[in-house]
Design a protein around this ligand. Structure first.
Ligand code: C2E
Ligand code: MG
Ligand code: MG
Ligand code: MG
Length: 279
């Protein structure tokens, strides 16, 4: 009856909670050692021109295969690292690795690195970025920092100062997962953001879903008004690519083009140089 199936669902829910709790503990306790052992890896997902399919940049995505838990989603271990404070060490590692890897590629494409709001609010992000640039020799204009809207919610002097210092050096900012967060537009006018990344949630069901289409139209108009570039995340089909192109979006990222790949595979994509590069 209803009561019994209710109890069953609760037992099932409890089991799922236990699994998650065990996983979180495994992440928490293995984290520092994994960083020391070089167990974290960084892959790079191509960002392409929707018109030409040419590679224009990549997004760095961190990967971790836990010794007992297997591959863990960064969405989960980044959240744990934010709670424990390990995000500062992880963030510094990814930034430095991404800058060093970008220096091995034959063409000077942009490398976008995800930055946690915690790094921006309580860490010395400017110093960490400067160090990654210094040890790698990467030109600051090749580095883009991806942040979600939540990073801009606590708009204090520290945030403003860090943002101004970094943009002053030529580093650009992309607003990640746009449309899923706070959707307060005020930060868009207060902070000059170079690129808006349209979240996959609004890409998946085009063109059938009218709500997605309406959101996409308004985001495109907003971006144009702000003079920001747009990139659509999570493009998996040719239909999605075409619809986004028709809406005026110039750049795309998604499994249709490529998943995240190791740094040498990005270099391989660039060789040989296209015979007739765009003038
Ligand atoms: P994100 O920054 O929005 O990254 C895009 C995510 O979408 C990546 O998942 C990517 O693999 C996935 N994706 C790309 N194209 C497609 C597609 O066509 N279809 C589908 N279904 N998914 C696609 P991933 O690598 O699992 O990362 C998840 C999130 O974890 C990222 O979302 C980002 O918020 C966070 N993350 C990843 N690496 C880092 C990092 O180095 N630092 C920080 N702070 N966060 C990171
Ligand atoms: Mg991102
Ligand atoms: Mg995103
Ligand atoms: Mg995301």
């Amino acid at each position: 009856d209803a009561k019994r199936s209710g109890a069953g669902s609760i037992a099932c829910f409890d089991a799922a909670m236990d699994t998650l709790r065990r996983k979180r503990l495994a992440i928490e306790f293995g984290f520092a050692a994994a960083l020391d052992a070089g167990a974290f890896e960084v892959v790079y997902q191509p960002q392409v021109s929707l018109a030409t399919r040419q590679l224009i940049g990549v997004e760095a995505l961190v990967r971790w295969t836990h010794p007992t838990e297997g591959p863990i989603s960064p969405a989960l271990f980044v959240a744990v690292a934010e709670e424990t404070g390990m995000i500062h060490r992880l963030g510094a590692f990814v930034l430095e690795r991404a800058c060093r890897d970008a220096m091995t590629w034959p063409r000077p494409i942009t490398v976008a690195v995800n930055v946690s709001p915690i790094q921006f609010q309580t860490g010395d992000l400017v110093a960490i970025v400067e160090r990654a640039l210094a040890v790698s020799g990467l030109a600051p204009t090749r580095l883009q920092l991806e942040m979600t809207e939540s990073a801009f919610v606590h708009d204090g002097d520290t945030l403003r100062a860090s943002f101004d210092t970094l943009t002053g050096r030529g580093i650009t900012f992309a607003l990640d997962d746009f449309g899923t967060g706070y959707s307060s537009l005020s930060h868009l006018t207060r902070f000059p953001i170079s690129k808006i990344k349209i979240d996959r949630a609004f890409v998946t069901d085009v063109p059938a879903d009218e709500t997605s289409m309406a959101v996409l139209r308004s985001v495109m108009a907003l971006a144009e008004g702000l003079g920001a570039e747009t990139i659509a995340e999570g493009i998996e089909t040719e239909v999605q690519a075409r619809v986004l192109t028709d809406l005026g979006c110039r750049q795309g990222q998604g499994f249709l083009f490529s998943r995240g790949v190791a740094a040498p595979a990005i270099a391989a994509l660039m060789r040989p140089e296209p015979a007739a590069a765009v003038a």
